[in-house]
Write a protein that binds this ligand. Sequence first.
Ligand SMILES: Nc1nc2c(c(=O)[nH]1)N[C@H]1C(S)=C(S)[C@@H](COP(=O)(O)O)O[C@H]1N2
Ligand SMILES: [Mo]
Length: 310
Amino acid sequence: MLLRTQPRLRESEVTDKSLWLDRRRFLALGAAAASAWPALAGAGPLPGLIRSPYRIDEAATPLKDVTHYNNFYEFGTDKSDPAQMAPSFFGAVPKPWMVTVSGECAKPGTVSYDDLIKPHKLEERIYRLRCVEAWSMVIPWVGVPLADVLKRFEPNSKAKYVEFTTLVDPERFPGQRRGTLDWPYVEGLRLDEAMHPLTLLAVGLYGEELLPQNGAPIRLVVPWKYGFKSIKSIVGIRFGETPARTTWMKSAPREYGFYANVNPQVDHPRWSQGKERRIGEFLKRDTLAFNGYADQVAGLYSGMDLAVNY
Ligand SMILES: Nc1nc2c(c(=O)[nH]1)N[C@H]1C(S)=C(S)[C@@H](COP(=O)(O)O)O[C@H]1N2
Ligand SMILES: [Mo]
């Protein structure tokens, strides 16, 4: 996340983008088959998606970039490592994927990925994702509101925070054979942030199942926070009374705080957060407060000093 300076940016992948626009028109017509879809090797289509009102009206980042320009340190620190290392991720290990839900709740337990997702209708939502490194993307996610999933476990009155944990498996995650970060990758939200309707548990993008490099089979998407909060390949969810000690706070507490709300007013100690480069574009854009979602989420932080709670 922080070890490299600006990456090699490619020219905009016009073909992918036009396919995507075709696809949007296609969906608008109510067609079901996904023939206009750029196929993702190994990922299956996710049928019956609901068109969510949560969609920004900006061109989606080309699929090629969304799946080949990733931060996922379990696969390596280079942006191109995840796409290169990920194809074998599911090869050796059978599904089902299990998620353990524990802590301050009435119904803790272990659930398979299928049982976690099945009772919920999948939505397609187009969100900005803004990395702390000052690049951004626009991604058509598929998922379910995290709140709908969390409620099934009946968090109790002591549950004030939620902690998320990524799988530990050094055989499948070559990056975990090195001490780059303190594994497992851990992230956390306040319960009200976790329950906010914008917070999405994503299982797909561009209409298909997530590829491993994007955090398959299940990852978080918190669009008003820096990208590192959106933890991938989740196996653990825990309700707690206190905030989690998150991976990036452990790694560099002065640089990465618990809240990590996108904030152009509060610079990272080593670079400005005022502007960002949309992947595929050349000129930088202004970064928006809460990544453009201020109307919906600023109220969560009223009375808080966001320079202190960064
Ligand atoms: N487990 C895990 N989750 C992670 C990361 C990681 O290294 N490990 N990187 C984070 C960072 S820094 C970003 S910007 C986003 C990138 O998500 P994307 O590759 O799907 O765009 O994933 C986040 N989730
Ligand atoms: Mo990031």
